[in-house]
Design a protein around this ligand. Structure first.
Ligand code: PDD
Length: 285
């Protein structure tokens, strides 16, 4: 079966899909994106993703290429045409195609690209054993709340993690506080079983998985606080974990080579992981 992509108002074969060489996404990283999970052929948390997408577009003053209702139809059609049951949908909107000039072009239509592919659920080994993270200085800009396609520091950070034999890099701000991973949000559980994650300020992306986990925490009555934490506090926490659309919730069992808690996935993280799985399955129902 041939894969299909949606590119600038057309469904095209993925292998021959292309954007213009003067697309501002290509030249300036002048665009935004979303990654959504597909579970049992259904898109998970579609509405919150679209709310965040609209916010990112508004912050960068890029026009929405179509209404939410139309976007939902195209997203679902891309999933359907690619026969994705379990996987991801990638959506990107650039400011459009124009002769290269830093300032906004006068009349340019945004270019929308949507792809979808089958992706195995996170390796059960990863979920069972947890993962290691390293820490790195956060060298990103001051608007990490915008889901922009400019991801070079994230790319470099993830590569350094891989080269260090770790799964993710937790980025650390100038005050020594963890901001987030290169493509995930960061969490710890303190000795008194309080779940801690940074508040969603301009230094982090407000993850849709983060929001879902916060909802679960509130509903289940766990103790939690949104505040910054240092690398040392994380290393001496009783549990740590990361969240994202592509990972769900994964325990962090080592930070810079130091075991967190027992060095195994913690009990609270496991429970939250189960709740989150139920949440995604419900979205697919
Ligand atoms: N990454 N922080 C950063 C920097 C991210 O890039 C992501 C998502 C998250 C988690 O957000 P969410 O829960 O909405 O997926 C946090 C996506 C999956 C990616 O770039 O592939």
């Amino acid at each position: 079966m041939s894969r299909v992509a949606y590119v600038d108002r057309q469904y095209v074969l993925h292998r021959s899909a292309a954007v213009h060489i003067e697309d501002r996404g290509y030249q300036f990283a002048d665009g935004v994106y979303e990654v959504l999970a597909v579970v049992a052929g259904r898109i998970v948390d579609e509405d919150p993703h679209l709310v965040r997408l609209k916010r990112s577009l508004a912050e960068l003053r890029i026009a929405a290429p179509m209404s939410d209702a139309a976007l939902k139809i195209v997203m679902r059609e891309v999933v359907r045409r690619n026969r994705v049951q379990y996987g991801i949908l990638y959506l990107q909107i650039s400011r459009g195609v124009a002769r290269r000039d830093h300032s906004f072009p006068a009349a340019t239509k945004p270019v929308l690209v949507i792809t979808s592919r089958t992706r195995k659920p996170t390796d059960s080994g990863i979920t069972e054993q947890g993962v290691a993270v390293i820490t790195l200085p956060d060298i990103r800009w001051q608007r990490c709340d915008i889901k922009s396609i400019a991801l070079l520091p994230n790319v470099l950070g993830k590569q350094l993690a891989r080269e260090a034999g770790a799964y993710e890099a937790w980025q650390v701000d100038r005050e020594g506080h963890v901001t987030e991973g290169t493509s995930t949000n960061a969490w710890i559980v303190t000795g008194d079983r309080t779940v801690v994650t940074r508040k969603a300020d301009n230094a982090i992306l407000n993850g849709i998985t983060r929001l879902a986990i916060l909802d679960i925490i509130r509903r289940e009555g766990y103790r939690f606080v949104e505040r910054s934490f240092t690398v040392d506090e994380a290393k001496s926490a009783s549990e740590a974990f990361l969240t994202s659309t592509t990972n769900g919730l994964v325990s962090v069992v080592k930070i810079d080579g130091i075991p967190v808690g027992s060095g195994e996935p913690g009990q609270l993280a496991r429970r939250l992981c189960d709740h989150y799985r139920a949440h995604t399955a419900a979205a697919a129902a």
